[in-house]
Design a protein around this ligand. Structure first.
Ligand code: NAD
Length: 256
């Protein structure tokens, strides 16, 4: 279904981004990966779908590097058709103890990077009159939790950004939407589970159970593949008129 399209997925060397990149590739999309750490395994896994795969290591907190990444996609892939703004980080602390540099990094990576990728990718999408911008927000884009002020602010921010750009592109073939996952068992969440186990001196399995019980009524993690399938649907013609939504995939988290 996505043969001939190119998807750029930020933060796709692990977790949700990798899951979305893989699922889009299985539908035929060429993929530009991004993120820190070893990227070779991710690249090989996505390439096994038989599509063209590239990688750019731009730091999403650096506007100049983001511009270089979009240039790379233009030069080597003929532009970006599906932009998935996924890179994100977390830090947990009360607001009065929140390290200033952590606040700045979270806002830069989780929110401002999407402004830069979107503003740079949109002209090419407009020229082709087709595009998909899919912002990976969070249940924390819709509701809050204590000790996550920067994350919650960044995720509410990206939901607002999604709506504004969806309106600006409403008469075009470009749609802009957000996905709002609940808990997904990735390195970002594993760290929170490990921290809880250490803090409460409980086994990791118990910390895992408690984390789900607190927020996610289904008591099951969302999977990166399920989020990938939603990205595929949002990229399909059936979703042409889905614009500016913040779609929660959260085991019932925000229904409470
Ligand atoms: P993860 O830690 O597994 O992956 C994050 C990815 O972002 C990695 O590829 C990492 O290298 C990359 N990254 C981090 N900082 C970067 C930077 N400065 N520049 C470029 N890449 C950078 O995390 P994840 O859980 O897969 O999270 C992905 C997205 O999903 C994030 O935006 C996160 O907020 C969101 N999310 C996660 C969950 C969850 O439960 N895991 C829930 C809701 C939303």
């Amino acid at each position: 279904m996505l043969k001939g399209k190119t998807a750029l997925v930020t933060g796709s060397t692990s977790g949700i981004g990798l899951g979305i990149a893989l699922t889009l590739a299985k539908q035929g999309a060429n993929v530009v990966l991004n993120g820190f750490g070893a990227f070779e395994a991710a690249r090989d896994e996505v390439a096994a779908a038989g599509v063209k795969v590239g990688y750019h290591g731009a730091d999403m907190s650096k506007p100049g590097e983001i511009a270089e990444m979009i240039e790379y996609a233009k030069k080597d892939f003929d532009g970006v058709d599906i932009l998935v703004n996924n890179a994100g980080i977390q830090h947990v602390a009360n607001v009065e103890d929140f390290p200033v540099e952590k606040w700045d990094a979270i806002i830069a990576i989780n929110l401002t990077s999407a402004f830069h990728t979107t503003r740079l990718a949109l002209p090419g999408m407009k020229a082709r009159n087709w595009g998909r911008v899919i912002n990976v927000a969070s249940a924390h884009g819709l509701v809050a939790s204590a000790q996550k002020s920067a994350y919650v602010a960044s995720k509410h921010g990206i939901v607002g950004f999604t709506k504004a750009v969806a309106l600006e592109t409403a008469t075009t073939g470009i749609t802009v939407n957000a996905i709002c996952p609940g808990w997904v068992l990735t390195p970002l969440v594993q760290k929170q589970i490990d921290d809880r186990a250490a803090r409460e001196s409980i086994p990791v399995e118990q910390a895992n159970r408690e984390l789900l019980q607190e927020k996610q009524p289904s008591l099951q993690f969302v999977t990166p593949q399920q989020l990938g399938e939603l990205a595929v649907f949002l990229s399909s013609p059936a979703a042409d008129q889905i614009r500016g939504v913040a779609w929660n995939v959260d085991g019932g988290w925000v229904a409470q």
